[in-house]
Design a binder for this molecule. Structure first.
Ligand code: ADP
Ligand code: MG
Length: 728
């Protein structure tokens, strides 16, 4: 049994780094496999190039003739890169990416063939979408779904395939993916932000949301991974005693990166660079064998595509280096989990980051406007922000004293807190005198441009302002960022709309513009105060304090997901044109089902591993002990033998106790699962899985992990944490 594990461990010890050489400077490789604007200029006739740029910038539709030209140019370019196939690349609600490959090759007569790709194939495809989650939107007899080209994200070549980023919709036009609502949310925030920008600068015609993600992940050697069915099937170790040494020495964080890992990083980073993903940062994370990679931020839709692409790349390239990458939020109990920080801001086509403090009172008033509106949006929609990061995986992380708590709050630092307090107190009721206004504005002008140094960052906050952007830190490492970005941009759009209406009403009544803005900001500051928290988000005091403030603390996914069904939020998404009530309902159902299925799979696997891996090893060891005890008693007689075999007898008893409790708890869990499976209602079922099934996991694991410490190491079948975490 254990020979597999020992053989795997031997394999690991014999590994050597696999260095890959690339020609040329990294800067020369950047975007080489991307059909970006420069390539288009070269390959497209000028009118087609112009309409393509229009389409990228303003979302205008390409007519069929232009689409044909773009398709043909894309194909010609892709052939020079060695591509033989093309695919519509999309992001179904499974959380991963999907693709269906078709060949360019087309026979046109006996022994004659051409490479074909036209506008029709570029613009729209009809994948058999019946096996993607749809939350009941698509009847099973109507399996058709469409993928439609998203020109704002450039096509790229991976291996021998031209990949075309697309949205996916049902036959009846409902979105079945992450990209379509994201594009709609981005459109909404663009429109709303441009309107507000007009108060400060008439030249602004477009506002882009920007996203800079930081991706954390674990690496495990492939051979060890293959001996862990739980890692293979669920992405996390369902069993395993914490190693004697964990992360307590903190010697891994920013430590030197092991050579095998460096070789892997170099290859995947270069592949990422070729795909136009501007990865720049790499380092070790807090836990052993945990790493992080981050690119320079980009426009939100593109950044999100790049994150999805990178997660894919990580997995592919890791295998080439005999590693497996774990994107799960909590692969190993007892050591830190993985997150994906979403750094977010808004940026104008005049080159201004709207969350960057400015150089003078006017630009700083603009900064404050967007800053305070963000805080108000967070305040009004905290449950939605909690819902968009909820998953069975992330439940292990949120509130576990290593990641932000499940309570949504925002940290802005002492300097800005002071500024908001001042505005709250010093904006006078009634008409303000010019002197009062000047004084206020002078103070506003004093917000320094670079505000927070690293030491002033609060790593315990789920939503922290970090100098020129907000950092949504509660997002899970395996999540599609779009889920968070759809919510964030939608609520921001809505808040900016409300703000504009209120300020305009004041101006209409005769208030000066800056006074109207200041007065509205004052109201927002007051109304959103309870969401601001500067203290330690990991502490118990915060849980109590948050409760006093009336902030929710949804500790598990089924409870957090309820927000999607809240009337207020249904109306919000509908009104902002991001998701219809039907689409939202479908999403909620998909999320409930996904939670249930994940827990169900984990429960099954636990039962399976106990029965087929742990139990046999334990029994074998017990038999050895019993043979030994029997031998001693045969030699010494029963009484003297019992004394002599005291340690062995104690061990047998101890092992039996753990074995019996573990097995009995497994049986109880099995019954609970059977009961839960009878429930049809998606929400109730997920709650049953959470409250009635998952509750046994810890107990079963406790005994299994105790047994791991009692049974002969040579017999234990599952690679141990120390092997998975400390060999590289
Ligand atoms: P850390 O949070 O690890 O201390 P940094 O503050 O350097 O790291 O930046 C984290 C991420 O924030 C980077 O990926 C960076 O690209 C991104 N970022 C910086 N400015 C912006 C912005 N205006 N909009 C979105 N993301 C940004
Ligand atoms: Mg960060």
């Amino acid at each position: 049994m254990a020979t597999k594990r020992l053989q795997a461990y031997q394999d690991v010890l014999n590994r050597t780094p696999k260095h890959i050489d690339y020609d040329g400077k990294v800067s020369d490789l950047f975007g080489k496999n991307v059909f970006h604007a420069e390539v288009m200029r070269e390959y497209l006739p000028s009118d087609a190039y112009k309409s393509m740029m229009e389409s990228i910038q303003n979302g205008t539709r390409l007519d069929r003739k232009m689409a044909d030209q773009v398709a043909s140019a894309m194909k010609d370019w892709a052939l020079t890169k060695g591509a033989t196939h093309y695919t519509h690349w999309f992001q179904p609600l499974t959380g991963t990416t999907a693709e269906k490959h078709d060949a360019f090759f087309k026979p046109v007569g006996p022994g004659r063939a051409i490479e074909r790709f036209d506008g029709e194939l570029l613009v729209q495809q009809e994948p058999d979408a019946s096996s993607f989650p749809n939350g009941g939107i698509r009847n099973t007899f109507e399996a058709r779904g469409y993928t439609a080209w998203d020109p704002s994200s450039p096509a790229f070549v991976i291996g021998k395939t031209l990949c075309i980023p697309t949205i996916m919709i049902s036959y009846t036009g409902e979105s079945l993916d992450y990209k379509m609502p994201l594009l709609k949310a981005l459109h909404a925030v663009d429109k709303a932000a441009v309107e507000v920008c007009q108060y400060f600068d008439k030249n602004v015609t477009k506002v882009n949301a920007t996203l800079g993600w930081e991706q954390e992940y674990f690496l495990v050697d492939q051979a060890l991974f293959n001996c862990r069915p739980d890692l293979m099937m669920t992405g996390r170790a369902l069993f395993g005693h914490a190693p004697a040494k964990g992360q307590q020495l903190e010697d891994h964080y920013f430590g030197s990166i092991p050579e095998r890992v460096t070789a892997f990083m170099r290859e995947f980073e270069t592949e990422a660079i070729l795909l136009g993903i501007p990865v720049t940062t790499r380092h070790n994370e807090v836990a052993p064998n945990q790493f992080e990679c981050a690119p320079i931020f980009e426009e939100c839709n593109l950044a999100n595509d790049h994150n999805m692409l990178l997660m894919d790349l990580l997995e592919k390239i890791a295998r080439k280096h005999d590693f497996r990458v774990l994107l799960h939020e909590k692969p190993f109990a007892g050591v830190n989990g993985s997150g994906k920080h979403n750094n977010w801001s808004l940026s104008t086509d005049t080159g201004v980051n709207l969350l960057q403090p400015g150089k003078n009172p006017k630009t700083n008033l603009q900064f404050l406007t967007f800053f305070v509106n963000t805080i108000k949006a967070i305040h009004d929609n905290d449950d939605l922000l909690r819902a968009c990061i909820a998953s069975a995986n992330n439940d292990h992380r949120l509130g576990a004293n290593e990641a932000p708590p499940a309570i949504i709050s925002t940290f802005i630092g002492s300097q800005l807190s002071g500024m908001l307090d001042e505005l709250e107190q010093n904006v006078k009721a009634g008409k303000m005198t010019p002197e009062e206004k000047t004084e206020l504005k002078l103070n506003i002008g004093k917000i320094p441009q670079i505000m927070l140094d690293n030491t002033d960052r609060n790593r315990t906050s789920p939503f922290a302002f970090t100098g020129n952007k907000f950092e949504f830190r509660a997002v899970g490492s395996s999540a599609n960022c779009a889920s968070a970005m759809i919510v964030l941009n939608t609520i921001m759009a809505k808040q900016l709309q409300l703000f504009k209406v209120s300020v305009d009403a004041r101006i209409e009544k005769g208030e000066a513009k800056d006074e109207a803005i200041l007065k509205e900001l004052q109201i927002l500051i007051k109304e959103s105060k309870r969401i601001r928290f500067e203290g330690n988000g990991y502490g118990d005091e915060w849980v109590k304090e948050a409760k006093k403030r009336g902030l929710n603390n949804f500790k598990d996914t089924p409870r957090a997901l309820k927000a999607w069904g809240d009337k207020k939020f249904i109306q919000l998404f509908d009104e902002m044109g991001v998701l219809t009530p039907r689409e939202l309902e479908a999403r909620q159902e998909i999320e409930y089902d996904s939670y249930t299925m994940k827990i169900q799979i984990e429960a099954r696997l636990m039962g399976d591993l106990v029965q087929t891996h742990i139990l046999p090893a334990v029994i074998e060891y017990q038999n050895r002990l019993l043979t030994n005890i029997q031998g001693i008693m045969n030699a010494l007689g029963e009484k003297a033998g019992k004394d002599a075999a005291k340690a062995q007898i104690e061990l047998v008893t101890k092992i039996s106790t753990h074995l019996n409790t573990m097995k009995a708890t497994c049986d109880t869990m099995l019954q609970a699962r059977k009961d839960a499976n009878k429930i049809e209602h998606a929400e109730e079922k997920s709650i049953a899985y959470c409250d009635k099934v998952k509750v046994y996991f810890d107990e079963i694991r406790y005994h299994a992990d105790k047994l791991e410490l009692l049974v002969d190491d040579e017999l234990w079948p599952l690679p141990k944490f120390r092997e998975m975490l400390f060999t590289r």
